[in-house]
Design a binder for this molecule. Structure first.
Ligand code: KG4
Ligand code: ZN
Length: 338
């Protein structure tokens, strides 16, 4: 086994992040979250690229400092090649290539979605590590997938959204409710105080392992318009119950699909990843499924759920140990597939 220090760099969306890993243990995991997008109610790609350019060196410096190592000790640089916003990816990709070139060390490209899944292999007492084969439910602002994971790098998408991602469904519904971006975590907060059975929202019918969320925001819009017509204060007065009902609908829809995937594959080892796996409703539902259906459930430590560079660093390390390096003409790929 090679002893190594890998720097991971993540810049696929609106978080500029850097992390250092040493033999599976995260030494630092820094993230600069871009506040600028809040005013616009969503990520503005041009502004994201610019903020990455401003943040990248300070964030990398901070990660090295917290890890208490000098950049000359690094064994390789791992970076997010895709999927994501092209302008954002270009900043991390160019920086990683230059740094690896300057230090004369290997460069390792990482698929962001693969990283959300492999984050489970970070050595940390805060979470458990799945056994192969397992099913991964990857739920974020950009993706909603069920992946059959047979080994680190054998990952097969067996179900996915045909339109919006589940994080978008949370954020767009939150926007309709007048909540600031990103609204997902706020819906979660209000939901904790509300009645999940008070209002009914439809669960779109698609193929057993696929998802559809675009209809949900439309039904939230109609629901709000109809009720506000009768009572202008409807949202303010019922925010907790609306959020709880909405979250209940989304979580039970995700669980229905996972149950279908378990039945389809016979695999009861289940892991989640992506920003939405921070949601308390999905976490509770999964833990309940351990007792109810005999699943073994793996939930990553909170800081490895949302976009982070720790997950890029662990994939970098796994690839480094297999000598899986990037070519020196590697380019960012906004639509990179698993
Ligand atoms: O993985 P991530 O950080 O970035 C993407 O790759 O998209 O995921 C961000 C998404 C956002 O849509 C955000 O609203 C959602 O994850 N999110 C949540 C929660 N925390 C983050 N959604 C529901 N409940 C939460 N607690
Ligand atoms: Zn992500």
């Amino acid at each position: 086994e090679k002893n190594c220090y890998i720097l991971g760099i993540e810049s696929s969306c609106d978080d500029t992040a850097a992390a250092v890993i040493n033999n599976g243990v995260i030494l630092s995991n820094e993230v600069a979250t871009q506040k600028i997008h809040e005013e616009y109610g969503g990520v503005v790609p041009e502004l994201a690229s610019r903020a990455h350019q401003q943040n990248i060196v300070p964030v990398v410096n901070q990660a090295l400092k917290k890890a208490n190592i000098d950049k000359k000790q690094l064994s390789a640089i791992a970076f997010t090649r895709g999927p994501g916003l092209m302008g954002s990816l270009l900043v991390g990709t160019s920086f990683a290539k230059s740094l690896a070139y300057g230090l004369d060390i290997p460069l390792i490209d990482v698929n962001h979605m693969q990283a959300h899944i492999l984050a489970h292999f970070i050595k940390d007492e805060g979470h458990s590590t799945p056994k192969f084969p397992f099913l991964a439910l990857t739920i974020s602002g950009g993706h909603t997938q069920i992946v059959k994971v047979s080994s680190y790098f054998e990952q097969e998408v067996i179900g996915q959204t045909i339109d919006d991602a589940v994080g978008e469904a949370f954020d767009k519904s939150a926007k309709i409710l007048g909540l600031p971006y990103p609204g997902g975590p706020l819906i979660d907060t209000y939901a904790k105080e509300g009645d999940p059975k008070r209002f009914k929202f439809p669960k779109p019918r698609v193929a057993p392992l696929d998802f559809s969320f675009s209809g949900l925001k439309t039904s939230v819009l109609y629901f709000v318009e109809k009720n506000v017509l009768e009572n202008p204060n409807f949202i303010v007065e019922n925010m907790n119950d609306v959020c709880a009902s909405l979250q209940f609908t989304i979580v039970s829809y995700l669980m229905d699909k996972l149950k279908n995937a378990v039945a389809h594959t016979g695999i009861k080892e289940v892991a989640i990843g992506g920003g939405v796996s921070a949601n308390s409703g999905i976490r509770a539902a999964l833990l309940e499924a351990e007792n109810k259906y005999g699943w073994t459930v793996h939930i990553p430590k909170f800081e490895y759920c949302t976009d982070n560079a720790g997950m890029i660093a662990i994939v970098g390390e796994l690839k480094y140990k297999e000598d899986m390096y990037a070519e020196n003409n590697v380019a960012a790929n906004a639509r990179m597939k698993l």
